[in-house]
Write a protein that binds this ligand. Structure first.
Ligand SMILES: C[S@@+](CC[C@H](N)C(=O)[O-])C[C@H]1O[C@@H](n2cnc3c(N)ncnc32)[C@H](O)[C@@H]1O
Length: 304
């Protein structure tokens, strides 16, 4: 099935020439159609207040947020905590860049440098804010910026053109069939020997918190929360990396459970579950239970 999908997709390619550049953002020609989708409308709505980042737009010159970018990045953990310092690459593609939290962190705290940064996200408000953050904090100074507002599936980039493909907390929001197509595209654009980092990107199918969500979803299959889509095991993630061709481009990689554990969801149908945060935070699973209780998985090249 992986090979069939690869053959189908290698025949369909798009380029940035098929997009329209408006106020620093590349939009697909069928943007109206994308705008009419529920998924896009949801992320445009969330994007207006995501992570409190809208504060940067209203901030007075004297506001601390103008001086301190960490008010916008927090301290991204997981794979980012062992990202090396002073790395320099030609090109970076970020899937689901949001307002640029991860590139801002990597540029400022890890001194990551690049010549070209491609940031793709479905949410227009978040991408407008990414441009604002770039203006305020000048992350990746001197790099060419290509900011693309589209749903991540076909990538408007050349074969073997990207050194580092990264994504943070995005794939769990994208339906399974689309993820598989996207992975074939990532494999196509990644340079041989290039690096991928998919941090906190997959929900863990054996985590009890997700299983409770799945149970509730089955009670009302018509109205489902798109934030909780399909979950995966480590083996399923490895198969996706292999089938898509990503593993062939970057053969040494790790799939590891996140260090965030959960037995209870924070909310069920929007209603907070009492003490869920407290109970989840108190979990200290033994090594043999970590794969069961981990909230999700990250996958990344070993040659970061
Ligand atoms: C949880 S946020 C993470 C944002 C950013 N990576 C960060 O760590 O701050 C998920 C992001 O995925 C984007 N997203 C969701 N579905 C998408 C899709 N189909 N195509 C592209 N981006 C998508 C959202 O707009 C949002 O920016």
């Amino acid at each position: 099935m992986g090979n069939n999908l690869m053959t189908q997709l290698t025949n369909v390619k798009i380029s940035l020439n098929d997009f329209q550049l408006r106020d620093g953002i590349y939009f697909p020609k069928d943007y109206e159609q994308l705008n009419s989708t529920e998924h896009k409308q949801k992320w445009d709505r969330i994007g207006k207040t995501y992570y409190g980042s809208q504060k940067i737009e209203q901030a007075a010159e004297t506001s601390p947020i103008k001086q301190d970018y960490t008010l916008l990045t927090g301290t991204p953990g997981g794979t980012w905590s062992h990202f090396p310092v002073n790395k320099s690459v030609d090109s970076i593609l970020e899937i689901g860049s949001g307002y640029g939290r991860i590139p801002l962190h990597l540029s400022k705290n890890k001194n990551l440098r690049c010549q070209k940064y491609y940031g793709l996200d479905i949410s227009e408000p978040l991408l407008q804010r990414l441009l604002k953050c770039k203006q305020e904090y000048d992350f990746f100074p001197g790099a060419e910026f290509y900011i693309i507002c589209d749903s991540a599936e076909l990538l408007p980039l050349e074969d073997d053109s990207i050194d580092l493909v990264m994504s943070n907390c995005v794939f769990m929001h994208i339906p399974d069939a689309q993820i598989r197509k996207l992975f074939v595209e990532i494999a196509r654009v990644l340079k041989p020997g290039g690096v991928f980092i998919f941090n906190h990107s997959f929900h863990n199918k054996s985590c009890p918190s997700h299983q409770i969500h799945n149970f509730v979803r089955r009670l009302n299959p018509v109205k489902q929360n798109a934030v909780y889509l399909k979950q995966y095991s480590a083996d399923e993630i490895k198969v996706m990396l292999t089938d898509s061709g990503i593993a062939a481009k970057s053969p040494q990689y790790t799939v590891e459970p996140t260090q965030e554990y959960a037995i209870l969801p924070q909310k069920i149908k929007g209603i907070p579950v009492p003490f869920a945060t407290l109970i989840n935070r108190s979990l200290k699973p033994s090594a043999s239970m970590r794969e069961t209780l981990a909230y999700g998985y990250s996958a990344y090249s070993n040659n970061i």
